[in-house]
Every structure is written in structure tokens, then in C-alpha cells.
Design a protein around this ligand. Structure first.
Ligand code: AMP
Length: 315
């Protein structure tokens, strides 16, 4: 197993200007693992309830996702309800039912505990920390995500977690909330100073900004005509980002830049349809083609060496 992910596995009720879905398979670990499965082997550690559908278990298996760490417990699967009616970039949460996640204690077997890459997807930071602590050796790269709920109710555990990861993925609103700094570049510096060597700030339709002690990088969002359902965009970004890094082992500056574009590519597919409908049906060619569209979208040449930056005549 190349990447181990712990996070929510959920049934979501989602409303967007494009429509409504109830009991839609979601959760941070679902979006992450399906996106990453296009590039490498992924295993999930998490919990679902007895109401979890067989067809959803089979969907993971069809993507080669190892679900031996997905416990089926007495009780109901985690449920989240939200809408994007006011602002397509920001979910308004109506309801979060932790259900079987309320007393989940992750249990890692040998294969899970030795995974070289670890993604601590959005879930209670104490669960994220317990998975990190149960790894038998420090993975090559540990990344995490979070959300406003945990900043509100579990800040000390979240701060401890941020101090232990290599890469932090966070929404711009959450970065502002956590650092109490409205200005993103200084908020990102403050997060870098708390531990991670890379901070990716996700900005919805404005793309993602990657900050590192050595360099900064801006990945645009793909200019889609319609965003159908933004749920899972961040986790799909993380799945593409980590999937690329785990598959190539490349954590150089160039590798991280490419990983951010693979992440943006997977996020752009995620939002084109409800839930996992687009991401789970992608071909490798679809992904490679869209990556190339990103290259074209951002390509520009240095100023010509002979003439440089034009000057107003006489200045
Ligand atoms: P994203 O849109 O990438 O931020 O993630 C969307 C997913 O996060 C949805 O499928 C939800 O099931 C899941 N989610 C929402 N609230 C929480 C929470 N408090 N903890 C863990 N996962 C959550």
C-alpha cells in the first residue's frame, strides 16, 4: 500500500444551484481515495455503519482501493448535509451526524502502519493524530486537511497535528480563521512557521496557492462553464497531489509544482458532476489531456533576452 488515508466515509445530502442529492456517497476519504487511485495504491482506514451500501464497497474495490481498514460498526454511517446556494465556493453546513465516527478508534494492521505516504483527511484531529501515532515508522510524507468545525471545537489537537505534518491543505477561509490573519501570504507564513514545509491554500474557483520555505506557486482553477457540485473538490485535489507524489517519489520543487497541477486537474473533474460521478469514471487519457490544458492555460515565455521589458520611448 503506497498511501494510507484516514478520513470520513459519508452519506451526504447536498444542494447546489444545479440540483439536489440525498444519501450521496461522499466523505473526505472517499473523494481522496478515488482521485488517488488513478495513480497509485491506496488504502482507507475509517468506519461506516450497517446502513452502508454494498454497491459503494464494490465501487472502492473496482478502483483497487484497499478497504480492509474500513470497519463496519453497529450504528449509522457519518452523515453531512450542506448547500452551496449563496456561494458556490463555500459550503453552508446544515447538519453533521458523526454517528459511528463518534467513538471510532482506528486500528492499523502491518500493511497500513508501514505505508510510506499518509493522508490525514478531514475528520476529528484526535482521530488524525491517533493514526499518525500508530504508524510503525515515520512515513516519507504526511499531509493533512481540516475544516472550520475542528478549528472551532478541537483547536489544541489541530494545532498539535499541524505541528507534525509535512504538508497542510486548508481552505482560504479556514487559514484566516486558524491564524487570525486575513492576509493570505502572511497567514501562510504563519502556518509554515508552525511545522509544515508546504502549505496549500485552496481558493475554490480561484485555484490553489502553494507556499513553501523555498518557493511559492499558484495553480489556477480550470475555467469550467458550470460547477455542478463543489463537494469533495479539496479532497480530490489532495488525492491528485498525493497520488502523483507517491507514484513518482518526487518531492523536488518541480515535483511539487506538477503535483499541484495534478491536484487541480482532479479537483476540476470532481466539481463537474454530483459526488463521485465524474471522478470515478475517468480514464487515464482524460486526466493527461486536462493536465495538458493546465499547461496551456498557464504557459508564458520569459521576456525576450534581446529586448526585455518594453520601455516608453525616451524614459
Ligand atoms: P470538501 O468539499 O473537499 O471539503 O469535502 C467534502 C466532504 O467532507 C463531504 O463529502 C462530507 O461528507 C465531508 N465532511 C463534511 N463535514 C465533515 C466533518 N466535520 N468531518 C469530516 N468530514 C466532513
Amino acid at each position: 500500500m503506497k498511501i494510507l488515508v484516514v478520513g470520513s466515509v459519508a452519506y451526504d445530502a447536498v444542494e447546489t444551484p444545479e440540483g439536489k442529492r440525498v444519501s450521496q456517497l461522499g466523505g473526505s476519504a472517499s473523494y481522496f481515495s478515488v482521485a488517488a487511485s488513478h495513480f497509485t495504491d491506496v488504502g482507507i482506514v475509517g468506519v461506516v455503519g450497517r446502513d452502508f451500501r454494498d454497491e459503494d464497497l464494490r465501487m472502492y474495490e473496482a478502483h483497487g482501493i484497499d478497504i480492509s481498514g474500513l470497519e463496519i460498526a453497529d450504528g449509522k454511517t457519518f452523515r453531512w448535509a450542506g448547500d452551496y446556494m449563496q456561494d458556490i465556493n463555500t459550503a453552508v453546513t446544515h447538519e453533521t451526524q458523526l454517528n459511528v465516527f463518534a467513538d471510532f478508534t482506528p486500528d492499523l494492521d502491518e500493511r497500513h502502519a508501514t505505508a510510506p505516504y499518509l493522508f490525514l483527511a478531514n475528520i476529528n484531529p484526535s482521530i488524525q493524530l491517533s493514526v499518525l501515532n500508530k504508524m510503525s515508522s515515520r512515513p516519507k510524507l504526511v499531509a493533512c486537511d481540516t475544516m472550520n468545525l475542528w478549528i472551532d471545537i478541537a483547536r489544541p489537537a489541530l494545532a498539535e497535528l499541524i505541528g507534525k505534518v509535512d504538508a497542510l491543505m486548508i481552505n482560504e477561509g479556514e487559514a484566516r480563521q486558524f491564524t487570525e490573519d486575513d492576509h493570505l501570504p502572511t497567514a501562510a507564513r504563519s502556518l509554515l512557521n508552525q511545522g509544515p514545509s508546504t502549505v496549500v491554500i485552496k481558493r475554490g474557483e480561484y485555484g490553489a496557492a502553494m507556499f513553501n520555505h523555498a518557493f511559492n506557486f499558484a495553480a489556477p482553477a480550470y475555467p469550467l462553464a458550470t460547477v455542478v457540485d463543489p463537494t469533495g473538490a479539496g479532497d480530490s485535489f489532495a488525492g491528485g497531489f498525493m497520488g502523483y507524489i507517491a507514484a513518482t517519489g518526487d518531492t523536488s520543487e518541480e515535483g511539487l509544482r506538477r503535483a499541484a497541477i495534478v491536484g487541480s486537474t482532479m479537483a476540476s473533474f470532481a466539481v463537474e458532476a454530483f459526488g463521485l460521478d465524474r471522478t470515478r469514471n475517468l480514464t487515464h487519457e482524460d486526466i493527461a489531456e486536462r493536465y495538458q490544458s493546465f499547461v496551456n492555460l498557464t504557459r508564458f515565455l520569459p521576456l525576450s533576452s534581446s529586448s526585455g521589458l518594453p520601455r516608453r520611448p525616451g524614459s
